[in-house]
Structure formats: structure tokens, C-alpha cells
Design a protein around this ligand. Structure first.
Ligand code: PAF
Length: 366
């Protein structure tokens, strides 16, 4: 009954916050906005037409995953698009179980794809998992909040964690194996090796967060060694991270390919991020989407060979006046992150800016 669905969806508000509209499979349209959930059609308007527009893009497959977090609706989960039973996702919490599961998956699928995450999964992560699954490989997703990539003054303790919701999302997205190591497994007491990264790790994000990419590179190298994937999937939203990982894999000649997946955005352009949930109402609704709009605006001003300085100065001023503390907004060569004076092929606009304690990252091609 629709009351049960509404109550269950309120219970899952953490997952629902960012979705404006959800079309449930049996003709009930539920509007989800900032945790305020209203039923718009279906049972209560029996005989009437559900009155919300059809959902678009990513929202379309949300319900199946949403149900996964809702005990009352779990009966709807085990059907995939063809109506056949989904295979149960395996979960490994120690290296022995991981090795056994990966060996089975390699035997059954041939190729293995890895999606490294820190949990608090959202539509951006789902896009990574879906791309990995679509490649035909058995998909392994790791969830590990990596202490080595957080500085002492950063948000390790308050980094969002919701294992049950994450596992439900992974299972519904077709992930074959969830790898959930603990800190001792990733960093045993006698651990003495880290990966030192330079080049794209030194500027911009790397300069604002010293040591961050050493932590990212180290944990990814360990995950690659544990899972031995044929390919690993990373989002373009963390553009600097993607370049650091590309560089590391090339430099230490790891036998896998890195696949980049386009940034998934909220309806208003804000790049999906686990940290968006910490934005207050005004910052989320009014200010946060401006970051992407400014990037699009500057990119639109930069034809091939056009000098970047004046539009960048103006854009930084504009963001500052709108309430952002701008860490950087720069035109760079995409793969190396070297600053470019003018637009050229392969150029990328990258930005990081803070609203109160929340750091937002974004980038666009020029
Ligand atoms: O992008 C992230 O979530 C993390 O930096 C990663 C790649 C999982 C490493 O901890």
C-alpha cells in the first residue's frame, strides 16, 4: 500500500535526498526532494493518470535499486531486465575469501573489472559499476575508506558510511563481488611501503592536499594487487585522481587498463559526490550548481588559441562573490595537469571550491 511505500522511502531518506522523482514499477509516482517525499499518483488516484512527467536518464533505473534498501520491497529486487533471477552478489571481508571468489569469477567470466570506492555510493558509482558490468567482466567493487588519503585536518571521521545501503546498490547494479577489507588487511602493522607520486599529483588538488595522492595511489596499487583486475573504473569527476592513477599504472607497468567514466550530475548540473549531503539547503540549491555553470561558461568563451587568463580571473571573482572559497580554477593540459595559457586540444578546466566545510570538485573539457 502506498502508505507503506512512503514510510519506507522516508526511512531511506539518505538515499532519496538527491532524487527528484522516482517512478515505481507499479504506476505509483513518488516525488523525492530533499527528503520530503510525496506520493503523486497510483493507488490513491486509482483510475486517474499519474501526474508527474516520466523520469529521464539515470532516474529510470533507480527504483529497482531503491527497493533493494527497502525491506518491504525486496521481493521486487531479484528480477533483472529480462525477468530472470539475478545471481546473488558475493561478499569478501578477508583476503582468503577474496582470492577464492576472484578465482571463481575468473573461471566463470574470463575477465575481472574492479571499481574502487570508499562507499556512500550514489549514481556516479552506479555508472562505474554499470560500465564495468556492461564490459562483460565480472565486476568486483571495493569499499574501503582509506585513512592514508586523508590528512589529519580532513574529514575521515565524518566520511559517510552505510554498508547495508551500499551493498544493496551494488547487488542491484549487477556487481558480482563486494570486497570489504578492514584497515589491518590494507595496512598490516609491519606495512612499510607507499607509492610516491609526482607529475600530475603535484599541482592543484595535489598541492591543496599534500600526501593525498600518495594515499590514493598506494591503496589503488594494493587493490590492484589483491584483485588483479583486467581493468579498473574511475570517474572523470575526480580528474586529477584519474590522471594520477593513469600515470602510476603506466609508470610501474601494471597489467591492467584504466577506464574513465563521465561525471554523473544532479539535474541542476552539480557533480554527484558523497560529500554533497553535507551542503546546507541554501548552498545545495542556490550556490553549489554555480560551480558547473561557471565552468561551462568559461569553456564556452574559450575557442582554440584564446587566452584563458581574463575569463579565469573573472570566473574566480564571480564564484568568490557568490560565496565560494576557491582553491583553484585553472585551464590545464588534461593528462599532465600542466597549466595552459590558452585553449588547445586536450585542454581541461578544473576547479575546486569550498562552500562552508564542503569541498566541491568539478571539471569540463574545453
Ligand atoms: O575516489 C575514491 O573514492 C577514492 O579516492 C578511491 C579511488 C576509492 C581510493 O580510495
Amino acid at each position: 500500500d502506498i502508505g507503506d511505500i512512503e514510510r519506507a522511502m522516508h526511512g531511506a531518506a539518505a538515499m532519496g535526498r538527491n532524487f527528484r522523482r522516482v517512478l515505481l514499477g507499479f504506476g505509483v509516482v513518488i516525488e523525492v526532494a530533499k527528503g520530503d517525499i510525496r506520493a503523486l499518483g497510483g493507488e490513491r488516484q486509482r483510475g486517474g493518470t499519474p501526474n508527474a512527467a516520466r523520469p529521464t536518464g539515470d532516474e529510470r533505473d533507480f527504483p529497482r535499486e531503491f527497493h533493494a534498501g527497502l525491506p518491504c520491497c525486496q521481493v521486487m529486487l531479484p528480477l533483472d531486465r529480462r525477468g530472470t533471477k539475478l545471481r546473488a552478489m558475493r561478499i569478501a571481508r578477508n583476503l582468503a575469501d577474496l582470492r577464492e571468489a576472484v578465482a571463481d569469477l575468473r573461471a566463470s567470466h574470463g575477465a575481472i573489472a574492479l571499481v574502487p570506492t570508499m562507499g556512500a555510493l550514489h549514481a556516479g558509482h552506479r555508472a562505474l559499476v554499470r560500465a564495468a558490468v556492461a564490459s562483460g567482466a565480472a565486476t568486483v567493487t571495493s569499499i574501503f575508506v582509506n585513512p592514508l588519503q586523508f590528512a589529519a585536518n580532513e574529514d575521515l571521521a565524518r566520511y559517510p558510511r552505510d554498508e547495508a545501503a551500499d551493498l544493496a546498490i551494488l547487488e542491484a547494479s549487477g556487481c558480482a563481488l563486494a570486497w570489504l577489507p578492514d584497515v589491518k588487511t590494507m595496512y598490516p602493522p609491519d606495512d612499510a611501503t607507499t607509492i610516491s607520486v609526482t607529475g600530475p599529483a603535484e599541482n592543484w588538488e595535489g598541492a591543496v592536499r599534500p600526501g593525498h595522492f600518495r594515499g590514493v595511489a598506494t591503496v589503488c596499487a594494493k587493490l590492484f594487487g589483491q584483485v588483479r583486475p583486467d581493468r579498473a573504473y574511475f570517474g572523470e569527476k575526480d580528474w586529477s585522481q584519474l590522471q594520477v592513477i593513469h600515470r602510476m599504472v603506466a609508470d610501474i607497468m601494471l597489467p591492467l587498463t584504466i577506464e574513465a567514466v563521465e561525471t554523473v550530475r544532479e539535474w541542476d548540473g552539480l557533480a554527484m559526490s558523497s560529500r554533497n549531503r553535507f551542503l546546507d539547503e541554501t548552498d545545495r540549491v542556490v550556490r553549489a550548481p554555480l560551480l558547473h555553470q561557471v565552468l561551462i561558461d568559461v569553456a564556452g568563451q574559450l575557442g582554440d588559441g584564446d587566452a584563458a587568463e581574463a575569463p579565469l580571473i573573472e570566473a574566480r571573482r564571480w564564484l568568490t562573490e557568490a560565496g565560494f572559497a576557491v582553491d583553484y580554477l585553472a585551464l590545464v593540459h588534461g593528462p599532465t595537469l600542466k597549466e595552459l595559457p590558452a585553449a588547445a586540444s586536450g585542454a581541461r578546466l578544473i576547479a575546486a571550491a569550498r562552500l562552508a566545510a564542503v569541498r566541491l570538485l568539478d571539471n569540463v573539457a574545453v
